[in-house]
Design a binder for this molecule. Structure first.
Ligand code: ADP
Ligand code: MG
Length: 230
């Protein structure tokens, strides 16, 4: 699903450049539940942004679903994102003046589906994350955990092949964190590839494979206990 070979990324800083990813090799198969662990500044978000086609790499190869990602313009990148990827962010990124169900329905707008049908589909997804009764509420009327559930429903509504989550539990307390991770586990059980960034050990342990990043390099890549549970 995701194949990365000798990937490098630098950011220009004044006249210099900051070498952030220093030769990443990573292969994630369809249906995996993987976390990237690492301290702040280790390059996790940079890697996820490249995987998510939100940023471009400088050297090395990246294949998404078998397709080599190279010389891509924004239009093509957006098409691939809409087709294959769903995103979840630490700060939820919900639109404050739209209700929960409208937020979830938004990605379908670009697919040319009628408003009525969009809202019906979105309501099904809100039901899936346990928030059907909150459909008409605005984000500021929801708790942090509820907001993240809305964001998860929104990530799933286009039926992506891969869900990319950058610190999805970073703004949540531990109980809410567990419920969000349980939801991601359910999604993975249904066959979705899930790729989570975190700096919290307890969160990583709930995924099936932990890739550890340090100073832009992978220092370990191991399956967890959760991967062996039946
Ligand atoms: P993490 O997500 O692991 O905390 P990041 O990938 O966000 O790490 O950042 C890695 C390094 O790259 C940091 O030193 C950060 O300051 C730098 N960085 C991230 N994004 C940019 C950017 N757009 N421009 C310049 N430097 C950046
Ligand atoms: Mg980050």
């Amino acid at each position: 699903m995701i194949k990365i070979e000798e990937l490098h990324k630098s950011y220009p800083i004044g006249k210099d450049s900051l070498h952030v990813l220093k030769g990443i090799d990573l292969h994630i198969k369809e249906g995996e539940f993987v976390s990237i662990m690492g301290s702040s500044g280790s390059g996790k978000s940079t890697l996820l942004n490249i995987v998510g086609l939100l940023d471009v790499h400088d050297a090395g190869n990246y294949y998404l679903n078998g397709q080599l990602i190279k010389d891509m313009n924004e239009k093509k990148a957006a098409q691939l994102r809409n087709k294959f990827l769903g995103f979840i962010f630490q700060s939820f990124n919900l639109i404050s003046y739209k209700t929960a169900v409208e937020n979830v329905a938004l990605p379908l707008y670009y697919k040319g589906i009628s408003r009525k049908e969009r809202l019906e589909i979105a309501l099904d997804y809100l039901d899936k994350v346990g928030l059907k009764d909150w459909a008409g509420h605005l984000p500021n009327e929801l708790s942090g955990g509820q907001k993240q559930r809305v964001a998860i429903a929104r990530a799933l509504v286009t039926k992506p092949k891969v869900v990319l989550a950058d610190e999805p539990t970073g703004a949540l307390d531990s109980t809410t964190t567990d419920s969000v991770m349980d939801l991601l586990k359910d999604i993975n059980d249904e066959g979705m590839t899930v790729f989570v960034i975190t700096h919290e050990e307890e969160v990583a342990e709930q995924t099936k494979r932990i890739v550890r990043l340090k100073d832009g390099r992978i220092i370990s890549d191991e399956f967890t206990k959760a991967s062996k549970a039946v």
